[in-house]
Design a protein around this ligand. Structure first.
Ligand SMILES: [Zn+2]
Length: 348
């Protein structure tokens, strides 16, 4: 098996005032993502200490949702009247709808092609209330948007779907929404994953993603469940807090994912979100990494990650400090093997 789960353990030594200034050792575990080499520091057993930062103030959350409902640009009436419309060359009817989900261009674009997708009419919704259908309809709108873009300009084939929920995750609007981003210039993480997958295939003659899932199923300690073609794991070297990852076997990109696979993917998302909610998590980021929309990257499997973010409350502290922002090293407060054992009951 060419996949190596590399880790190295070091210790931080201090004379600890909490232990009468006795010599105290704290275990610092360095891990590297087996595909990209991206580094993460795993601080096992630190979760209880950081729980105070994870937890949101429920009153603040209620206030945020209630106080932003009036004048919310994503609630149905305002959206119908005020939301921007797409370039008619791409979407002649102006907006794209599937079920309750509506897609329209971002008023302030972050990317050459940037749709905002409001997947549900309800303004105020908590993590365990988010239905699979909300994600399914939202993803369908994103995929239809990418299809129209690709028909309009076949060079626009690098795309991503992301979700930021609540301000700690970077969201400026409380109403749930997705962003669909597309360009002929790939986004950094997607580019790195696809390139590394291609290199792995050329070196080993097999797909990194099928090797990864086979290995994780064998080891079991980070393996959550399989539903249809979708496997869920907690990655060996997480890119964020309580990270869960879904890999859609044999599907390289969003143009070729079936409705069944998409439904299986969304069923897993709601399970993770229920687990997050029970752990006191109220804010999260999610991303779908896709190979080129036109195909041609069979060595890559489409995958999705969800990460928890710190809580929403007065005296908020960001979970991203210079370590992550400037030094490019992630930090998590429990081993992914523990995250897996905590989330596994939601996949029963
Ligand atoms: Zn709203």
């Amino acid at each position: 098996m060419p996949i190596h789960f590399e880790k190295a353990t070091r210790e931080a030594l201090i004379l600890n005032p909490l232990k009468n200034f006795q010599l105290d050792s704290q275990v610092i575990e360095h891990r590297r993502d087996p595909l990209t080499g991206r580094g993460v520091i795993v601080l096992k057993g630190r979760l209880e200490y950081v729980r105070r930062f994870f937890e949101s103030e429920e009153v603040a959350i209620e206030n945020l949702a209630d106080s932003t409902q009036q004048g919310c640009p994503f609630c149905p009436d305002s959206l119908e009247k005020m939301a921007p419309k797409f370039n008619p060359q791409v979407v002649p009817e102006g907006r794209i709808s599937v079920g309750e989900a509506v897609g329209f261009p971002s008023l302030f674009a972050h990317e050459d092609n940037n749709a905002v997708v409001v997947p549900i009419r309800a303004h105020k919704i908590s993590l365990p209330q988010m239905p699979a259908r909300m994600f399914f309809d939202g993803f369908k709108v994103c995929i239809e948007y990418f299809r129209r873009l690709h028909t309009w300009n076949s060079q626009v084939k690098s795309d991503a779907i992301v979700m930021n929920f609540y301000p700690p995750a970077g969201s400026t609007i409380a109403h749930p929404h997705l962003q669909a981003l597309a360009s002929d210039i790939p986004l950094q993480t997607t580019y790195g994953l696809v390139k590394a997958s291609e290199d792995y295939f050329q070196k080993n003659g097999s797909s990194y993603w099928s090797d990864l899932i086979r290995e994780e199923r064998r080891l079991r300690e980070r393996y959550l469940a399989r539903r249809g073609n979708v496997d869920w794991i907690t990655p060996f070297a997480p890119s964020g807090l309580s990270e869960a990852q879904a890999v859609v076997s044999g599907v390289s990109n969003l143009s070729s994912i079936s409705d069944n696979d998409l439904m299986d993917l969304t069923e897993g998302i709601v399970r993770v979100l229920k687990g997050y909610h029970d752990a006191g998590i109220r804010s999260f980021n999610m991303a779908i990494y896709s190979g080129p929309f036109s195909g041609g990257a069979d060595y890559f499997d489409l995958n999705l990650v969800i990460v928890a973010r710190y809580g929403y409350k007065p005296r908020f502290v960001s979970d991203v400090w210079a370590l992550q922002y400037l030094l490019g090293e992630q930090e998590v407060y429990e081993a992914p093997e523990e995250t897996c054992s905590r989330l596994s009951k939601y996949f029963d």
